[in-house]
Design a binder for this molecule. Sequence first.
Ligand SMILES: C[S@@+](CC[C@H](N)C(=O)[O-])C[C@H]1O[C@@H](n2cnc3c(N)ncnc32)[C@H](O)[C@@H]1O
Length: 307
Amino acid sequence: MSLQREYMVGRKPFRTLKPRHKTLMSNTLTLPDSTWPELQPGWVWLCGAGPGDPGLLTLHALNALRQADVVIYDALVQDCILEWAPQAEHIYAGKRGGKPSAKQRDISLHLVELAQAGKRVLRLKGGDPFVFGRGGEEAQTLVQHGVPIRIIPGISAGIGGLAYAGVPVTHRDVNQSVTFVTGHDQSGETPSSLNWQAIAQGSQVIVIYMGMKHVDRIANALLDAGRPTDEPCAVVCSATTNDQKVLESTLGALAKDIDDSGLEPPAILCIGRSVLMRQVLDWQGMIAGDAPRDLDPLGRGRPAESA
Ligand SMILES: C[S@@+](CC[C@H](N)C(=O)[O-])C[C@H]1O[C@@H](n2cnc3c(N)ncnc32)[C@H](O)[C@@H]1O
């Protein structure tokens, strides 16, 4: 008997329990009892805001939002997160591919200026500041100018965004490694410094940030290096927000499927068999009333709890 049947026999059909969203979090939400650091005048805290859903902020981020005089935020930071800092000045410093945006040097020096003017500065960046977020550069500039800093990590889109699509970035039956890749370098081109051959051969699961523009080149490089055309892929757009959309495809069809779908960045691409787990773990689909498509998408033939 297949696992699918075995699971269904003698069990109630899959049922959905609608989640309740009753609790409105107020701006006065108190932080749990603990010793929370003070954002002092003249300091800059570089903080990750997570991929979008404000519920994915850390408590340190919330503590920072409460205290800041100025919040300098990126394009992918949701407006509702800024509402947690009503006392602060909000300065937009977004950088979106292909659109006019502040120069990185100007942003870094602006942070220095604000700190030297005695402000409590919160630099709020999408995801995690140190994952393809130029957080390292900004932090280095601040230290070079003698400005004291604190780093507050955030949930990166390549992990949290995939989780919201029901794709575990590692899964024991699939991968013991994962490679995070940026789809374009400083010039806006596919990173020439990357050894796509090595990535294709050595990475069981590949997670690509900023990969939409050059998806055809990336897919071809991986195919040329021997990855199968039918390898499962997922594209998660605006992950964790109300606009989240997920496309499932295969490596051979990925570029065309993205083109046909009209999906737009920001998007995370995931290439590898862990994408198949979405068939059983698409929890957002289940909340909406869909049954899991396959309880055993990797064909293990035995329950997940058995070793
Ligand atoms: C400059 S990188 C910043 C990454 C960020 N520091 C992080 O850790 O997630 C911007 C890219 O991250 C990805 N990204 C960020 N937020 C996303 C989201 N909510 N949904 C999908 N992709 C996202 C996209 O690939 C986007 O082009």
